[in-house]
Design a protein around this ligand. Structure first.
Ligand code: PMP
Length: 421
């Protein structure tokens, strides 16, 4: 019996077994109380990039705790936040000049939406519409839920969610429809921003679309003075093969949201990067033009120090080479499923690989998801299918052998589930 008083996220406690207690983490593994090593094939909800407890990041955290705890971030600043902001601006797509800190993926997107509205409001031309893409996911606050796909998860909160204009997902061969929809929305003159996950919609089912669509969406946005908000919370930090996914479309967003891999996944931290024009629209002797957003833990110095250490790893270690070899390993492993009737939509972008189990009832709440998850766990793997969508997004330290085990497990589990086992 689960006697824990903890209420876990995205967990139906009436159906789930007691939580597995983890006592330590190491590289690509979670280690439980019985000493079992569980291969973290989804990087603990996509946050761990290099591997669990990268020594340089853990050392930076230890060092930072000698000097800092939390420091109020209005009136005061500190070296880790300043250094990190400078370094982020240096590696981000051109034109992003200012860094606003927050503490989760949801909040950095929430900040992005607020700052976009503030930009137009402060310029005396208020706009009130936000354009998003169907199947998008941007977080679980009221604002980011509004921007995301609706459905069973949001039914209870629907009355509080604000209306958005939704683009059709650009299915291969039907991209023009999405582009035309965007242009039609923009023509209203009321659109403040497009909020979009570049190249891959993560929680919506690892849906991949082309860089060209993204580039044209940016062109249209620029033509109508609509701000382009890239939600790189999942795609950032090498997941799609480049540091940020926007790079593959050769574009600079007006606002870029980053979290998850920002600290290599070790501590919660997020940043919203903005163009000079957006910062300047909030710069005034009139206090009413201030950007009114704060949270107690803004720019936690220990988390910022972890992020600076993460950037050092990117600079000093062969992260790019690890990412390319992971890309190759995925491609080779996925090849074995080509033409396999059990699977559809075999796909990959950078270090993310996904395939759909051809199961009778799809959708997120379909039983096949939890059934597969249980069978993966019995094989020592943490893999959480999104309905019938099986995906792997391991940390970059994963070895060829470990990845091979994950693919073997997919093969076996798919057969078992389809056979009703
Ligand atoms: N945006 C995207 C694209 C995400 O994938 C996520 C989290 N999966 C979020 C925002 C929200 O991040 P968090 O869970 O840290 O609030």
């Amino acid at each position: 019996m689960n006697r824990s008083t903890v209420w876990h996220p995205f967990t139906q406690h009436a159906l789930e077994p007691p939580m597995t207690r983890i006592v330590s983490t190491e590289g690509a593994y979670l280690i439980d109380t019985d000493g079992n090593r569980i291969l973290d094939a989804i990087s603990s909800w996509w946050v761990i990039t290099h591997g669990h407890r990268h020594p340089a990041i853990m050392q930076a955290i230890r060092t930072a705790t000698e000097a800092y705890d939390q420091i109020i971030f209005a009136e005061f600043s500190h070296e880790p936040a300043e250094t990190l902001a400078d370094r982020l601006v240096a590696i981000a797509p051109a034109g992003l000049k200012h860094v606003f800190y927050s503490d989760s993926g949801s909040t950095c997107v929430e900040v992005a939406i607020k700052v976009a509205l503030g930009y137009f409001y402060n310029r005396g031309e208020p706009r009130d519409r936000v354009v998003v893409m169907e199947h998008g996911y941007h977080g679980d606050t009221i604002g980011t839920m509004s921007a995301g796909e609706r459905g069973v998860f949001k039914a209870a909160y629907e009355p509080l969610l604000f209306g958005v204009d939704r683009l059709a997902f650009p299915e291969a061969g039907r991209e023009q429809r999405t582009l035309d929809m965007f242009e039609a929305f923009c023509r209203s003159g009321r659109v403040a921003a497009l909020v979009i996950e570049p190249l891959v919609l993560g929680a919506g089912g690892m849906k991949i679309y082309g860089a060209r669509v993204l580039a044209v969406l940016k062109e249209i946005a620029a033509r109508y003075d609509c701000l382009f908000i890239a939600d790189e919370v999942m795609t950032g930090w090498g997941r799609t093969g480049t540091m940020f996914a926007c790079e593959q479309a050769g574009l600079s967003p007006d606002i870029l949201c980053t979290s998850k891999g920002l600290t290599g996944g070790a501590l919660p931290l997020a940043a919203t990067l903005c163009s000079e024009a957006i910062f300047e629209a909030h710069l005034s002797a009139d206090r009413r033009k201030t950007f009114f957003h704060s949270s107690s833990y803004t720019a936690n110095p220990i988390a910022c120090a972890a992020a600076v250490a993460n950037l050092e790893i990117w600079r000093g270690e062969a992260v790019g080479a690890r990412i390319s070899s992971l890309e190759t390993l995925h491609r080779r492993n996925l090849a074995r499923f080509q033409g396999d009737e059990r699977f559809a939509n075999i796909r990959q972008v950078g270090t993310i690989a996904a395939l759909d189990l051809v199961a009778p009832a799809g959708g997120y709440l379909a039983d096949v998801g939890p059934r597969m998850r249980k069978l993966f766990r019995e094989r020592g793997l943490l893999i959480r299918p999104l309905g019938n969508v099986i995906y792997l997004m391991p940390p970059y330290c994963v070895t060829a052998g470990e990845l091979g085990q994950a693919y073997d497990a997919i093969d076996e589990v798919a057969s078992n589930v389809l056979a009703g086992a």
